[in-house]
Design a protein around this ligand. Structure first.
Ligand code: MSP
Length: 622
């Protein structure tokens, strides 16, 4: 049995999953399902990247331990994969013990090979990218939070493997795909390759995997993350399983992480004496309209909103159909609705309802028994046989969008065949011929549904169930005549929009828009209970009061504009709610270290207070 091992990148645990993440994972799922249907032994891996500066920082901002932060964030991905009906075989988190062991083992091997050396390095360091950058890079907007650093660190001799990597890429034309990405990597390799700094001193970053040969350092997050691809199949723990699946057939990635996957990773594997993956495939970006999806712009499309509104299958179909191999694609509600209505409602769904309506009307809801051997019928049959091989070839070369177009073209041909043969007329003059036409059309629909099953696993099942053909094979001739039709709902109800009126288009759900903050943003605001212990007027400011508050063990001073609503006496002892992590400011020359919460109606202001019998000060508000 052939094995097929494919991976998605492991996603940053901090991020809220969006359409871009969903795309790679669905693509992997679709390929995995095609290969499983073909009888291959598939191992499909996805997971989360949980170490590094950004995770440590996000956890600090939320006032929790990094591991706790990861545990709280991870379910967002798991829930989405569940909703998208992703059937992955393993889910790896880089904080797992099995991974730590493998990373340390590889580091030790590379070290023992003499491929890691210690050096003092002075340069520009980008906190946002978590690496040293060049002077030129420092001038681009991509890198933020840049500081000059002089540090002793460990370096991996990547340069040693430069020629070997160039040779490997040239000898294995499918190693990096598509072609333009391969050329990009070869272009990069024309310049001398520098060595890779693979350590971070614990004094600066402690959230990572410790170097086995120096406990003062953790390893660079990419050195750790890439190794997940060998941890999961069982490197150094389940030898047989590892040898069965490794090297991976495909690492599916986005174009932004091409260099790490095509240069860092292969040279790391060379140093560790392991075979390189057979293929690295870098897809393009999903844009939001014309621009790159970005959290700061607030145009990141939320896949959950789409699934809720239109169901999971249309979302999977749209993403797979709309992105052309290797190019960027633009997500708009307009193109979503257009694609849905034309391909799914008009072509695919319509073929099913035409066939079932006619069978109900003229054949007592029974599937006829004999196929159509007219010239037209034979064309449908022959194309139906041919398309199976074509689709498989397209899928094997990752051209899923072309495979889908091919299947839809075939469905359109079958719809035309129905129009030409007009079984609704034939049913009155020649019922036997009408039955044959409907049988052939239903068989074509069955084959199309099985071909589309990896992309739309649910609704294709409904069709197969309707035709009593669940579990039937892809080969032409699988439909069994004489069975009763099973009732079904309309498969793809049309989305009704007035074509000329863009205003009427359903609005896409955006993850972070200007007025909406993410849960993690909310978590960054520390709301706490606080007891007012002292209140005084501020000289010269008749609206302000100076409050001394107790937030647990902490004592803070707040300047608040409530003097016209509360007397100093009535405030003492009250349990209020404050934003406890606000940057201190100076108001009227006095330091203010927080903000209290109050509600205003007209001119009246009321403090938010809480029963001091029930809560102590310093408690977190959720
Ligand atoms: N953690 C690293 C990967 C380590 S793999 C050993 C990482 N994570 S990520 O969450 O930032 O990105 C994961 C994947 O999502 C990348 O392949 C990236 O290209 C992809 N995408 C993120 N935004 C995207 C779009 N807008 N469109 C398509 N894919 C995009 O990088």
């Amino acid at each position: 049995m052939k094995t097929f091992y494919l991976t998605t990148p492991i996603y940053y645990v901090n991020d809220k999953p969006h359409i871009g993440h969903a795309y790679t994972t669905i693509l992997a799922d679709v390929l995995a399902r095609f290969h499983r249907n073909k009888g291959d032994d598939v191992f499909f891996l996805t997971g989360l990247d949980e170490h590094g500066q950004k995770v440590q920082q996000a956890a600090e901002n939320r006032g929790v331990q990094p591991k706790e932060h990861c545990d709280e964030m991870a379910p967002r991905f798991l829930e989405l994969w569940d909703k998208l009906h992703i059937q992955n075989d393993d889910f790896i988190r880089t904080t797992e013990k099995r991974h730590l062991k493998v990373v340390q083992n590889i580091l030790q091997q590379v070290y023992d090979n003499g491929d890691i050396y210690e050096d003092e390095y002075e340069g520009l360091y980008s906190v946002s990218e978590e690496r040293f950058i060049t002077e030129k890079e420092a001038t681009s907007a991509e890198f933020q939070d840049i500081k000059k650093l002089k540090e002793k660190n460990y370096f991996f001799k990547m340069s040693k493997y430069q020629q070997a990597l160039i040779d490997y890429i040239n000898e294995n034309p499918n190693f990096i795909q598509p072609e333009n990405r391969k050329n990009e990597v070869l272009g990069f390799l024309k310049k001398p390759l520098s060595d890779l700094c693979i350590s971070r001193p614990k004094s600066r970053l402690s959230w990572g995997i410790e170097l086995p040969f120096d406990s003062n350092y953790v390893t660079y997050v990419w050195f750790d993350a890439l190794i997940n691809y060998i941890t999961a199949p069982g490197y150094n723990s389940e030898k047989a399983n590892f040898n069965k699946y490794w090297p991976a057939n495909y690492h599916l990635i986005g174009k932004d992480i091409l260099i790490t996957h095509s240069i860092y990773w292969p040279t790391m594997l060379m140093s560790a004496g392991l075979p390189l993956p057979s293929g690295i495939f870098a897809h393009g970006w999903w844009l939001s309209g014309e621009s790159k999806m970005s959290k700061s712009v607030g145009n990141v499309v939320d896949p959950l909103g789409l699934i809720e509104e239109y169901g999971v299958d249309p979302v999977r179909y749209y993403l797979m159909r709309e992105m052309v191999l290797g190019q960027d694609a633009s997500f708009t509600m307009e193109s979503f609705v257009k694609r849905y209505n034309s391909d799914l409602a008009n072509d695919f769904g319509n073929l099913l309802s035409r066939i079932t309506n006619l069978l109900k009307k003229f054949f007592d809801s029974k599937i006829p028994i004999v196929e159509d051997d007219s010239t037209e019928g034979k064309v449908v049959k022959e194309s139906g046989k041919k398309i199976i091989e074509e689709v498989w070839k397209q899928v094997e070369s990752l051209k899923v969008n072309e495979a889908l177009e091919n299947i839809l073209q075939y469905i359109r041909t079958v719809n035309k065949y129905m129009e030409t043969m007009a079984p609704w007329k034939l049913a009155k003059s020649n019922p036997e011929s009408a039955g044959k036409v409907l049988f052939t059309a239903a068989e074509a629909l069955r084959v199309s549904s099985i071909l589309l099953e990896p992309v739309m696993p649910n609704r294709t099942q409904t069709i197969l169930k309707t035709l009593g053909a669940e579990g039937s094979s892809l080969d032409w001739g699988g439909l069994i005549g004489g069975k009763d039709l099973i009732q079904h709902d309309i498969l793809f109800p049309r989305i009704d929009v007035n074509k000329s009126d863009k205003e009427n288009l359903p609005k896409q759900k955006i993850i972070e828009s200007e007025n909406i903050i993410s849960f993690s943003d909310f978590q960054n605001i520390k709301l706490k209970t606080a007891k007012i212990v002292k209140a005084e007027k501020v000289d010269g400011a008749d609206k302000l009061l100076k409050l001394q508050i107790e937030v647990g063990n902490e004592k803070l001073q707040i300047i608040s504009g409530i003097a016209q609503h509360y007397s100093t006496e009535e405030l003492i002892g009250r349990m209020i709610i404050v934003v406890a992590n606000l940057k201190p400011v100076t108001i009227f020359g006095i330091k203010s270290e927080g903000m209290l919460l109050a509600a205003k109606k007209g001119k009246n202001l009321t403090l938010l207070t809480i029963d001091s019998e029930k809560v102590a000060s310093g408690m977190k508000i959720y």
